[in-house]
Design a protein around this ligand. Structure first.
Ligand code: ADP
Ligand code: UDP
Length: 236
């Protein structure tokens, strides 16, 4: 079994370790939760294990649909071996329904359904607070090539189609989500995670929020919501 080496990085939600294989990292999911660029801090008990299992499960489904991902192997409750990529410093956000910063910035009521999905890019830079940019800005900052940007957009929309259908079968509406991509030996692959930390999921019948907004907005029953999503997708 793959062994953890030196810690490479500790982020807000995960720790990342080197291994004896230069192409492989081990990510270790924490229960720590942050919001508003780290201003709000807390713990969601059991979140690390849930996000690890859910993200790996979703990445497996996406692989089956032709999306290359960093997933190698789940090692334990909280630990997964992944392909070490060079992260493209873009937060790629796909939205099906207006919510969060989109609603705030543009004055569109939360819950307004779009006629087609939309893609948004933020520059992944904590000091600047992950500012909203467009693809021309991504080029100006030399964050990715045009070919990479096109690949990222194509994958992002395909991921949305797969996940939308998948969550709908679990009676959840996929409102929006954030993904990250990386370069692995010259090709773009899906990295980081997909979980209730990075998605908005609303109950199809009641529109009850079943994701990190429960933590961000102090709605209570945060742990219960994460567990309920796991149950509905058959992982608990
Ligand atoms: P943050 O950095 O936003 O606090 P996390 O706590 O989730 O986020 O930390 C995980 C870090 O690891 C992120 O910076 C993410 O971009 C990076 N990462 C995710 N997957 C990979 C990978 N396969 N290879 C290299 N880095 C990765
Ligand atoms: N998101 C994320 N990490 C971030 C910012 C956003 O995972 O640093 C996710 C968030 O959970 C939501 C989607 O991206 O599913 C869109 O978030 P939005 O831009 O509306 O920002 P927020 O309201 O979370 O500040």
């Amino acid at each position: 079994m793959m062994k953890k080496g030196t810690q490479l990085y500790e982020g807000k939600a995960k720790k990342v370790y080197l291994t004896d294989d230069p192409d492989v990292l081990i990510v270790d999911y924490k229960d720590d939760a942050t919001a508003f660029n780290g201003e709000k801090k807390g713990t969601i008990v059991g979140k690390g294990a849930i996000n690890n299992r859910m993200s790996n499960y979703l990445f497996k489904q996406l692989e089956k649909e032709g999306i290359p991902t960093h997933l190698i192997e789940e090692l334990s409750d909280r630990e997964t071996a992944v392909k070490k990529v060079s992260i493209v410093p873009l937060e790629v956000i796909v939205r099906n329904v207006a919510a969060g910063s989109f609603s705030k910035r543009l004055g569109v009521p939360e819950g307004t359904e779009f006629t087609e999905p939309t893609i948004e890019f933020s520059y992944k830079n904590d000091e600047l607070g992950d500012p909203l940019i467009n693809d021309y800005f991504a080029r100006a900052l030399n964050l990715a090539s045009w070919a990479e940007i096109e690949t990222i957009k194509k994958y992002a929309l395909k991921i949305n189609e797969v996940l939308k259908e998948f969550f709908l079968a679990a009676e959840l509406r996929l409102i929006d989500f954030k993904i990250e991509f990386g370069r692995y030996h010259g090709t773009i692959i899906l990295a980081d995670e997909i979980s209730p930390d990075t998605c908005r999921l609303w109950d199809v019948h009641t529109n009850e929020k079943m994701d990190k907004d429960r933590f961000r907005r102090d709605l209570g029953n945060v742990e219960e919501a994460y567990q309920e999503v796991m149950k509905r997708i058959g992982l608990l």
